[in-house]
Design a protein around this ligand. Sequence first.
Ligand SMILES: NC(=O)c1ccc[n+]([C@@H]2O[C@H](COP(=O)([O-])OP(=O)(O)OC[C@H]3O[C@@H](n4cnc5c(N)ncnc54)[C@H](O)[C@@H]3O)[C@@H](O)[C@H]2O)c1
Length: 262
Amino acid sequence: MSKRLHGKVALVTGAGSGIGRGCAIRLASEGASVVMADLESSGGEDAAAQIRGGGGEAVFQATDVRDEARCLRAVEAAVSQFGGLDILVNNAGIYPRATLEETTEELWDRMLAINLKGPFFLCKHAAPVLRRRGGGSIVNTGSVHGLGGAGNLFAYSVSKGGLLTLTKNLAASLAHDRIRVNYLIPGWVLSPTEIEIQRQQGHDEDWLKQKGARLAMGRFQTPEDAANIIAFLASDEAAMITGCVLNGDAGYSVRCIGTEDA
Ligand SMILES: NC(=O)c1ccc[n+]([C@@H]2O[C@H](COP(=O)([O-])OP(=O)(O)OC[C@H]3O[C@@H](n4cnc5c(N)ncnc54)[C@H](O)[C@@H]3O)[C@@H](O)[C@H]2O)c1
């Protein structure tokens, strides 16, 4: 594999599981040194050890993205451990299902704090550090639900819609600093959390197999599918791409209105 990210330093949130974990592994395999920020209990420490065991460079930084001081510390870890920051992947997120009327104030606040306020804190503290490097790449893990969304992902849709606006706003205001900001729409990824949510909805492995086969490209996605795109957006190959909504969703976002909930 090419080492497109040799000499670069990345900070990935939600790096202990699913897409974030796959992304951290991929960025490290392309030569980046990676700060893996996630909750203490997330398995992020193990993931960082796995990367180091394979000859890559990674450190785990316990971070709750709802806490601005912790976000600042994660950025500072990139500087103290690896000398700076070039790539920020705002990936940490939650997506419990709830319709408008099922959404409590507590769920609304938690969803917005993790999925939207966290990326704001991280962008705010990463921007000066990226600027000092002469530019960089911010990739926000968005969702097809940020464009509208399913009824049972109400607050989630709003949080990812906010993240889309944050992306476009910052893409415009940071372009002169050569800081690129892009929004990835992953497909339907069977991460550990998504599998557990489906299980709670009574959907077993057989159900998932049949559902996957009915998706436009005949399968659910893997964290690696998203990681491939993030690695591209993080690399210099994407040097002229900013403010972009990249549909990595295998056609999911162009399906007809009125289709079933997630
Ligand atoms: N799985 C999908 O189908 C899918 C599709 C589109 C978008 N996404 C988005 O991709 C991202 C990753 O999802 P995933 O499926 O890999 O989920 P996941 O649950 O496997 O991983 C999410 C990670 O975020 C971390 N996290 C949660 N709250 C946090 C907090 N307060 N501070 C720091 N870290 C926190 C978790 O510990 C976990 O490691 C999310 O933003 C999600 O909305 C997922």
